[in-house]
Design a protein around this ligand. Sequence first.
Ligand code: ADP
Ligand code: ASP
Ligand code: MG
Length: 436
Amino acid sequence: MKVLKFGGTSVGSAQRMREVADLITGSDRKIVVLSAMSGTTNSLVEIANYLYKKNYDGANEVINRLERGYLNTVAELFKKEEFKHKGLELVKSHFDYVKSFTKDVFTVFEEKSVLAQGELLTTALFNFYLQENGHDSVLLPALDFMRTNKNNEPDTVYIRENLERIMSDFEGTHLFITQGYICRNAFGEVDNLQRGGSDYTASLVGASLEVEEIQIWTDIDGMHNNDPRFVENTTSIAEISFDEAAELAYFGAKILHPTSVLPAKLANVPVKVLNTMDPEAVGTTISSSQHKNRITAVAAKDGITAIKIKSGRMLLAFGFLRKVFEIFESYKTPIDMITTSEVGVSVTIDNDRHLDEILDDLRKFSTVEVDYDQVIVCVVGDLVAENKGYANRIFEALKEIPIRMISYGGSEHNISLLVDANDKKDALQALSAKLF
Ligand code: ADP
Ligand code: ASP
Ligand code: MG
């Protein structure tokens, strides 16, 4: 069995849905994970923001625009009257549901339900299309098996048990369709796996069923060696290890959700990244094999805050680091980069929700300086200490760019550098020019 995930652009129009259908209707057993049609989740976020502000005109305008888009898709996608009718009713019911929130209370619970409509609608429409064309496909409701625990981590036991239980009713079925991104949380409420989370769904499903392969179908021919949104002439990486791919995803390579590589790695299920617009292209294979002696790729993670914490005493006092880390832990705020010196420590965070409280607590025993709008630039490759000269090439590339922090040695696969957001593009371009 295989898991195939198609992102928003890959199912972004009636034509694209037909192309996806052609890619998945072979005879081997598969689970197809779909994102919402491109632009849908952004629109739903916009609607939710209007609803929070009780701006019902604003909300209705976006709702109507989005609904028209789906109605056009229905008109184009289906041939038979029966399915055109089913499609229209489906679209209407989902949008009636969203419109119901323009009269009522709107909290984070309603928001999560609104955000879930994109994947629910897209998968149901796509499944109708398969049925219209005579395919024996089954829609698996992600809300019945995809679940997170109290720490907001996937509940892998629940996912496996329930997925197996649901699928056992369809022994003879070869084609399953399910929603990416959406889940229930530990309280059973509708929730999601964060933006871009459909990749994570695919990886969790593939890992829990220990499938032969997970395929991530997107709008580019695999993972590239730098961010194609900022650098020209990037190239696709044919093979990359789980560890390298995980670091790139975590440090900003938008092509994969930040934590989507880990489940596949733990279950040792290879992941292929493939291009829906060019299905014959080789793409990228992510597996346990590690290429020796190479710098593989560069990525950048935005929205970083750097905090320099100097010990109140002259030298780094005994127990100082523990006190610092306990504060971040108490606010459930993960630290990305750390550098230490004899007088203090610099750390970076990407979640600044509790920044003010963290700073107040730190100031009780240290002096603190904060830099906002920073970017972690991450160079990934076989960077074990024996491979001489790589650090030199990286710093040579960045000689014109002010570097705020450097982290090397924490992993064998990555050198991370902190730069100001204004220098991000130059840093990425300079690295590509020197390294590839
Ligand atoms: P999907 O909707 O299929 O999930 P995404 O937009 O989330 O697609 O991810 C694909 C996009 O990721 C590409 O179009 C590209 O612009 C961007 N991207 C960023 N970094 C990389 C990279 N290293 N390799 C390939 N694509 C990247
Ligand atoms: N539709 C969701 C989003 O736009 C999930 C995904 O695309 O992976 O974030
Ligand atoms: Mg994505």
